[in-house]
Design a protein around this ligand. Structure first.
Ligand SMILES: *Cc1c(COP(=O)(O)O)cnc(C)c1O
Length: 347
């Protein structure tokens, strides 16, 4: 038998207060609409097991996952609150599972409507395509008797570029209004995080923030409302002093200009700390800035300990991981920066 495994040398620090504060800010900004929460992809890599119960106790009652495999984690945290599965029922097995768990499928096509009705139907959501051309029933198909036969709770559509000021936002809003006039439904929803900032006309009955809950800033005017939620942290595995002229890491991309003290830390690109941080990322400990030196490798990164020479093997350091700044520095999207961090982290 394998004895208990020691705690990992890297962890994702999670600020539950910041998460709840972000949800409340987005709920307020949604005006008379309520805010739900997109918790797909394990709550964007933050960890659905912690995120869902925290948002439930803050008052969130509508949760969105993408895959049926994500339902158990959401159910465990959300109990009887509404859970919607965005991919919808693709097989009869999906529909049976939805009926057995009381989770709502999001119907995305006439074929999915047929499948849901054949399985016995019940409350569902309906995604209408207003310009994304990804998932959703076309406006032309909304008069179909299959759609009429559905018991639609949320009538949804999804904005293509709510983080930009483009005519497309208004065009989609107007098509969504047309759909609302055509299909019987209990509630309507259009806005993702960025869409919430587009104003009341975009709010309907429910908004569906994702990235902004987790500290992403989709529009600059939302920056002051939102707080960082997760911070990657890693242990210093080795401290080493090198002489001027020595190089660091694969391909010797950094040469020490003077004697330096280095820390080798337990994080690398296999953990989602990608190679684009090479020579560019930063960590900190007790207020000191500790820049990344040379290439990030699979399991290890080397940082400069010059500003904090007291740090020892076993000490923890925190990555500079504010999402807007990290996105600007690396070219990765704020969404990728979060969902990448899902492997070896202790959560
Ligand atoms: C992911 C998703 C959201 C949340 O989007 P953010 O940009 O992260 O706020 C909302 N609605 C749908 C349909 C989604 O797929």
């Amino acid at each position: 038998m394998v004895p208990d495994v020691p705690p990992p040398a890297l962890r994702l620090r999670f600020d539950a207060d910041a998460l709840v504060s972000n949800w409340r800010a987005l709920d307020r900004l949604s005006g008379s609409a309520r805010a739900g929460a997109a918790v797909k992809a394990d709550a964007y890599g933050v960890g659905a097991a912690k995120v869902v119960p925290a948002l439930l106790s803050a008052g969130c009652r509508d949760f969105f996952v993408a895959h049926w495999s994500e339902v158990p984690a959401a159910l465990e945290g959300a109990g009887k609150a509404g859970i919607s599965v965005l991919h919808g029922p693709v097989t009869a097995g999906d529909a049976t599972f939805a009926r057995a768990t009381g989770v709502k499928p999001v119907v995305n096509s006439l074929a999915q409507a047929r499948l849901w009705i054949d399985a016995g139907g019940g409350p569902c959501d309906l995604m209408v395509d207003t310009g994304m051309n990804r998932l959703g029933v076309s406006l032309d198909d909304l008069g179909d008797p299959l759609i009429e036969a559905l018991e639609v709770d949320l009538l949804l559509s999804h904005l293509v570029s709510a983080e930009e000021d483009t005519d497309l936002n208004e065009r989609q809003r107007s098509r969504w209004q047309d759909a609302r006039a055509q299909v019987r439904h209990a509630r309507a929803s259009l806005a993702n995080s960025a869409g919430i900032a587009l104003g009341e006309a975009f709010h309907g009955d429910l908004t569906r923030p994702g990235i902004a809950l987790y500290g992403g800033v989709p529009r600059p005017e939302m920056a002051s409302l939102l707080r960082q939620v997760v911070t990657p942290e890693a242990v210093i595995l080795q401290v080493r002093d090198i002489a001027a002229g020595e190089t660091i890491g694969y391909n010797a991309t950094f040469t020490a200009p003077s004697p330096m003290r280095l820390g080798t830390i337990a994080i690398g690109y296999a953990d989602g700390y990608l190679r684009c941080w090479s020579g560019k990322g930063g960590f900190c400990a007790s207020g000191a800035a500790l820049p990344v030196l040379g290439r990030v490798s699979m399991d290890l990164t080397v940082i400069d300990l010059s500003a904090a020479p007291h740090l020892r093997e076993g000490d923890w350091v925190s990555a500079d991981y504010a999402l807007p700044e990290s996105s600007a520095a690396t070219g990765l999207s704020q969404y990728e920066l979060l969902t990448l961090l899902s492997r070896r982290f202790g959560r």
